[in-house]
Design a protein around this ligand. Structure first.
Ligand code: HEC
Length: 192
């Protein structure tokens, strides 16, 4: 939340008022951020971790060839989960042309959902042709095992051990439930 008054000093009294209000606004901001983080975590997060077996991959040192769930992943749901800031939030770091194509420029909400792509990580176009399904699953579940030498900033979406910088409300939770992981894998596989 933006504070109502900040850095406006017209005479000493107004200045003091602005300072007081700015610091309480900052406290409010902090509470707000915490709320959003906790809500974000619990929206997509679950305490239920599905067990999986890590094997060697071809292009990567690790892969999870076996699906985490019996129900096959749904590509369309995977796209939505990848774009959703409360779920995958993949667009914060990756650009994906297939999602960008869904941004309707005449609709600000659609542009907010599909149109803003970061570049912390590589673009994901064609990723389904570069990795096997099991490698894609490994990258989402625990990228630290997929890219052991990279000290990667990509979050582990379905792992609980060996994590760093986990915000308090999200400890002992996994970021995405197993079915959402499978949906995202299906979406990535189709990016050829
Ligand atoms: C905080 C940033 C960040 C977020 C969020 C993130 N990633 Fe990544 N991702 C990376 C980085 C950085 C790499 C490159 C690996 C490395 O060297 O660290 C990467 C690599 C990948 C790769 C391998 C790409 C290639 O060509 O080698 C895939 C696939 C991938 N991410 C998918 C996803 C998906 C799907 C999501 C959302 C569920 C996601 N990432 C969320 C940062 C992120």
């Amino acid at each position: 939340m933006k504070p109502a008054i900040r850095n406006i000093c017209i005479g000493v009294a107004a200045c003091a008022f602005a300072a007081g209000s700015a610091s309480s606004a900052r406290a409010q901001e902090r509470t707000q951020i915490k709320k959003v983080q906790t809500a974000r975590c619990s929206a997509g997060a679950t305490t239920r971790l599905v067990r999986y077996k890590v094997e060697r991959g071809e292009a990567l040192p690790a892969a999870i060839p076996k699906a985490l769930t019996r129900k096959p992943g749904d590509e369309a749901k995977g796209l939505e989960a990848a774009a959703d800031p409360g779920k995958g939030n993949c667009l914060a770091c990756h650009s994906i042309a297939k999602i960008l194509a869904k941004a309707d420029k005449s609709d600000p909400q659609s542009v907010r959902t599909y149109g803003n792509h970061g570049e912390v990580g590589p673009p994901l176009n064609g990723v389904g042709g570069r990795y096997s399904q099991g490698e894609l699953r490994m990258i989402i579940v625990d990228p630290k095992l997929a890219f052991p030498d990279a000290d990667t900033v990509m979050p582990a979406y379905h792992a609980r051990n060996g994590l760093t910088d986990v915000i308090a409300g999200c400890r002992n939770r996994v970021m995405l439930r197993a079915q959402t992981v499978e949906d995202i894998v299906a979406f990535l596989e189709a990016l050829k």
